[in-house]
Design a protein around this ligand. Structure first.
Ligand code: ADP
Ligand code: MG
Length: 372
């Protein structure tokens, strides 16, 4: 089921939560709505579900204007962050609920309901848990039951609002992969809300990044990560340093040093450069090298993250070094930037990537141990 979201705005009292959001969701796609707390993710999801009415705008389910349809008529499956299972019902009865409460004419037979419940419990790998009560399950298991219950009504669209948000990191990671597998098996059109960028990047076919009630960028995960459309998206997705820069005569300068990549298309004037720690390499002083002093370091997984203060403003740029490298603090260090994005005040952006030069030390997790 294609879903077309057209100019959806929502204002609570005086405060706008969504400003004219447009979004086309393709049939069978798993789309991630990613944004910080308060950016409007839940509001948008509740409007798609019909639990909330928009101040203006329209939603189409296929060709059908859903604006006039009730929650029941929209046939959405919903999973929330906080397990909304019925505590006094068994797991099987919870999953059966949406079918059992249908009007008699549309209700499947008892045997048919039992068959479907068993099938769904198998799908979420809880085949032998039908007789248990929610209180006898772990958090992750309860969310799997919640998903089975949402799927039971054969929804046209599955809406998941931070379904793993209350679970610990390891369980979340497992459930993420598991959800992707289920999605690939069942092919439901799915909207997945999260504030967790890793979750969105790993799960989604496409991601819509929300900021203050607007979609800042819509794209496949690679696009969002490699070509962020705004300073907000760059800062929100992945790790990065934000560095004041200047564009002059088609060049980008930081602290007076031309970085050696061309800024064609960007207007002269102040700009902001974003760079990720794995795109910063150590380099001998020379053309295009930024010079600074190491001010802090810490172990970050396979690498050592080092903070280098550059220029009169002591702008901190983070770089990843081999974990074996220690004792840099207080020493002068030369940096070369291998990739990143430059945003002009106007919002114009230029992404760059250079081939590492011979003297550069580049650390990526995949080459860890061989570099340096
Ligand atoms: P998110 O899910 O991204 O955290 P929400 O959609 O819950 O964001 O909220 C977006 C904005 O709308 C926030 O500023 C929030 O305070 C406000 N908001 C959400 N629901 C209500 C409500 N029922 N009444 C008033 N304001 C609300
Ligand atoms: Mg929310």
């Amino acid at each position: 089921m294609d879903i077309r979201i057209q100019g959806i705005a929502k204002t609570y009292g005086q405060s706008p939560a969504l400003h004219g959001v447009d979004l086309d969701i393709r049939s069978g796609e798993l789309i991630g709505l990613l944004g910080p707390s308060g950016s409007g993710k839940t509001t948008l999801l509740r409007i798609i579900a019909g639990l909330e009415s928009p101040t203006s705008g329209k939603i189409f389910f296929g060709q059908d204007d859903a604006s006039t349809r009730t929650v029941q008529e929209r046939r959405v499956g919903f999973v929330f962050q906080h397990y909304a299972l019925f505590r006094h019902m068994t797991v099987a009865d919870n999953v059966a609920y949406g079918l059992a409460v249908r009007p008699r004419r549309e209700r499947p037979s008892r045997a048919e309901i039992a068959r479907r419940v068993a099938e769904l419990l198998d799908l979420v790998q809880l085949g032998s848990f039908g007789g248990r009560f929610p209180g006898q399950l772990s958090g992750g298991q309860r969310q799997r039951v919640a998903l089975a219950r949402a799927l039971a009504v054969e929804p046209k669209v599955l809406l998941l609002d931070e379904p793993f948000g209350a679970l610990d990191a390891k369980v979340r990671k497992d459930l993420r992969r598991w959800l992707r597998e289920i999605h690939d098996k069942t092919g439901h059109t799915t909207v997945f809300v999260t504030h967790d960028q890793d979750e969105a990047l790993e799960l989604s076919d496409r991601i819509a990044v929300l900021d203050k009630g607007r979609i800042d960028q819509l794209g496949v995960p690679d696009d969002i990560y490699d070509h962020p459309a705004s300073p907000f998206v760059f800062g929100f997705i992945g790790e990065s340093s934000r560095v004041p820069a200047v564009v002059a005569d088609g060049r980008v300068l930081v602290d007076g040093t031309p970085l050696g990549f061309d800024a064609a298309g960007l207007p002269d004037g102040p700009a902001t450069l974003f760079v990720r720690p794995h795109d910063v390499a150590l380099a001998e002083a020379g053309h295009g090298t930024l010079n600074g002093i190491a001010v802090a370091q810490r172990r970050a997984g396979a690498t050592r993250r080092i903070e280098v203060a550059v220029g009169a403003q002591h702008t901190v740029i983070e770089a990843d070094l081999p974990a074996a490298r220690q004792g840099e603090i207080g020493k002068p260090i030369g940096l070369r930037l291998l990739g990143g994005s430059v945003f002009a005040v106007s919002g114009a952006v230029r992404h760059f990537r250079t081939a590492p030069s011979a003297d550069a030390v580049v650390v990526r997790p995949s080459v860890f141990g061989r570099a340096g």
